[in-house]
Design a protein around this ligand. Structure first.
Ligand SMILES: O=P(O)(O)OC[C@H]1O[C@](O)(CO)[C@@H](O)[C@@H]1O
Length: 438
């Protein structure tokens, strides 16, 4: 089993069966397959599980071999050029285990404090840079890369620095493409028809994964299974479409907020990737669910009150992991904490009872629950979930009647920021170019 979906605790809140949406789902499925919907130029990700760039994957493995003694790979990027790789690394990585090279992310904010300390940290490290930007003009990564480029050139000399910078960008256009071509950096491509937030199965995610030692064949195998599972639009057979249709039905019934909930800290960052995917794809024209996330049981001690008892506009999509480590709670003679009644029980068993108890309480409190169960937190299941949520997102956004593949709203803050920084007509040019590229 790759993924199991249970919508019973959501269905009970709906007047009509979710399957009533089947004819509409069939239409949208056809629209996706035949590439006739809004934004259809950006459906290149649809086939990535099988049609990923094999030549690039081989080249990345060779590059890793050439740089096998690196201490650090700095990955520069933001949004879709950052979140998927970060989410995947957290998803598969055992806590406290150090990877060599260490993967450090930069360019995903404008913190001088972070940047200054990163540069100091890199003084003593053997490092390389993977700069990822489809447009090459996104402010945050461009600022970070400007510092990093100067640092690496000062440290290794310009020639060697050129060898140590890998650029993942558009294949023919944009500022980063131009710079990488001029300088002769190793280049990897984000295809025109793959938008940033759908790019994790391209070099955008695969390069950092390979350098971190993650088995990308397994990620792709998981994504391939999710692809296969999404070929038949029948809601009884297609878990991704069932998820999309259920969240759409809940939205139509008046729910406004979807929480993606996990019970494993390693899944926390996956929700950040998911939030961009659904937030940028659906939040437009005054429509779309607000996307939020929670890590339980941690957040039951902070957000729990509000979810249970605040405005009744929330539903939850809970991610459950079946197999985790075996660890029995020890017996204690004094039993001052009164835990001996569960001594000998597995921690994961207690976590499961927390999940079941919370689900009951939240459902009683009018919070519908969709339950997604995966077996393990490994590369295969990460790949499965990536494709599962991507294809579900396309279905969901089309059900909503919006273009899943643009993000016009993101430009508003940039225009103001550029204006405040004294940049005028050029900023508009950048905006135009970026719109075309993403
Ligand atoms: O890869 P780029 O062009 O730097 O863009 C990064 C991110 O910025 C956005 O364009 C929003 O500004 C996202 O859609 C994208 O994932």
């Amino acid at each position: 089993m790759s993924l199991k979906i249970d919508i019973k605790k959501a269905q009970q809140f709906l007047d009509k069966k979710v399957t009533i949406l089947q004819p509409r789902v069939n239409e949208v499925h056809k629209m996706i397959k035949e590439k006739t919907g809004l934004g259809n130029d950006f459906l290149g990700w649809l086939d990535l599980p099988y049609a990923y760039n094999k030549e690039e994957v081989e080249r990345i493995y060779k590059l890793k071999e050439q740089f096998k003694n690196l201490d650090v790979l700095v990955v520069v990027g933001i949004g879709g050029s950052y979140l998927g790789a970060k989410a995947g690394l957290e998803f598969v990585k055992e806590p406290f285990k150090k990877s060599k090279p260490e993967i450090i992310f930069a360019g995903n904010h404008l913190s001088a404090n972070y940047l200054k300390n990163l540069l100091k940290y890199l003084n003593k490290k053997n490092y390389a840079i993977n700069v990822i930007s489809k447009s090459g003009t996104t402010t945050e990564p461009a600022v970070a890369f400007r510092f990093l480029k100067q640092h690496i050139e000062a440290k290794y000399g310009v020639e060697e620095a050129r060898r140590r910078i890998f650029a993942t960008t558009d294949k023919a256009r944009g500022a980063l493409f131009q710079l990488a071509t001029q300088e002769g950096y190793e280049k990897f491509v984000i295809e025109d028809n793959v938008g940033g937030r759908f790019s994790v199965l391209s070099a955008v995610g695969l390069l950092p994964f390979i350098f971190a030692g993650v088995d990308v064949k397994e990620i792709l195998a998981g994504a391939q299974k999710a692809y296969d599972d999404a070929q038949d639009p029948d809601l009884k057979k297609n878990p991704a479409y069932l998820y999309a249709a259920t969240r759409y039905a809940l939205y139509e019934s008046g729910k406004a907020v979807e929480y993606l909930v996990n019970y494993e800290p390693r899944l926390g960052f996956f929700a950040e990737w998911w939030k961009q995917l659904y937030g940028e794809s659906e939040g437009k024209n005054g429509k779309g669910l607000l996307v939020n996330s929670a890590s339980f049981t941690t957040d039951l001690h902070s957000l729990g009150q509000q979810i249970q008892d605040g405005q009744r506009i929330i539903f939850e999509t809970v991610m459950q992991v079946k197999k985790t480590d075996k660890l029995a709670i020890p017996f204690d003679d004094a039993d001052l904490d009164k835990l001996n009644y569960i001594a000998g029980k597995e921690v994961s068993y207690v976590n499961l009872q927390a999940l079941l108890g919370t689900q009951m309480a939240h459902v009683d409190g009018n919070v519908p629950n969709i339950l997604l169960t995966i077996d393990k937190m490994d590369a295969y299941h990460f790949g499965y979930l990536v494709y599962f949520f991507e294809i579900a997102c396309a279905m969901s956004a089309y059900l909503l009647g919006v273009n899943p593949f643009d993000q016009p709203g993101v430009e508003a803050y940039k225009k103001n920021m550029f204006a405040l920084l004294g940049k005028k007509w050029e900023s508009l040019q950048q905006t135009q170019e970026k719109k075309q590229l993403n």
